[in-house]
Design a protein around this ligand. Structure first.
Ligand code: DX5
Ligand code: ZN
Length: 215
């Protein structure tokens, strides 16, 4: 059974409290919160005030995915507004080891996200310092895109690396996740499924979360 992390990017921003409460009352495990800066990705989502507002209502783990350049500049700010897990992109972090250390020192779980073109093998020397690897199964920047099939191979390769290193890093899949691929992803070794459109655009989001939980 995987952890389910509905992505707030697909929520109704004019009804954020309602959507946060739906997630609280559902079988979801985490809130997935996407921060985009218009530089690292060609889109801008939301920033600190909105995340603070989510934190006032969310009763579950806040999993914050930074799609921003120089993420190391804001580590303490994200801690202050309620992030429990802070994920930075490999491609945005020339000093990844130092950044992971700073996230851990700030008392958050440290995550690394990989774009679809970035090989899993690049994490080999740092895997024991990572609490969560977020495999992007779409190109980051937008919700509602098509799942990239190559992701299954990356999950298997990453799982083998984690087992080999004897660590407990979680594998999270982000982008295009739904009932059509959830089970296969879990079989390949995924621990956390992020789902945006599939949950929030469905007729009954609570039920959709429950169905994903059973995958
Ligand atoms: C994409 C974001 C995802 C997005 C997923 O850049 O990182 O978290 O919200 O949305 P869906 O599930 O609609 O692909
Ligand atoms: Zn995300």
């Amino acid at each position: 059974m995987a952890l389910i992390a509905p992505s707030i990017l697909a929520a109704d921003f004019a009804n954020l409290q309602r959507d946060c409460e739906m997630v609280n009352q559902s079988e979801a495990d985490w809130f997935h919160i996407d921060v985009m800066d218009g530089v690292f990705v060609p889109n801008i989502s939301f920033g600190m005030p909105v995340i603070s507002a989510i934190n006032r209502h969310a009763t579950k783990t806040m999993d914050v995915h930074l799609m921003i350049v120089q993420p190391e500049r804001y580590i303490n700010d994200f801690k202050a507004i309620g992030a429990d897990i802070l994920t930075v992109h490999y491609e945005a972090s020339p000093h990844l080891h130092r950044t992971l250390q700073a996230i851990t020192d700030a008392d958050m779980k440290a995550g690394v996200a990989l774009n679809p073109h970035t090989p899993v093998s690049l994490l080999k020397d740092v895997i024991q310092d990572i609490d969560l690897v977020c495999l992007m199964s779409v190109n980051p920047g937008f919700g509602g895109q098509k799942f990239i099939e190559k992701t299954y191979d990356k999950v298997r390769e990453l799982k083998a690396m984690i087992v080999e290193a004897n660590c407990s890093t979680l594998i999270e899949i982000d982008g295009g996740v739904g009932s059509g691929n959830a089970q296969k992803l879990i079989e390949a070794g995924a621990d956390v499924l992020v789902a945006g459109s599939f949950v929030f655009k469905s007729e009954n989001p609570t039920q959709t979360i429950s169905d994903l939980k059973k995958a």
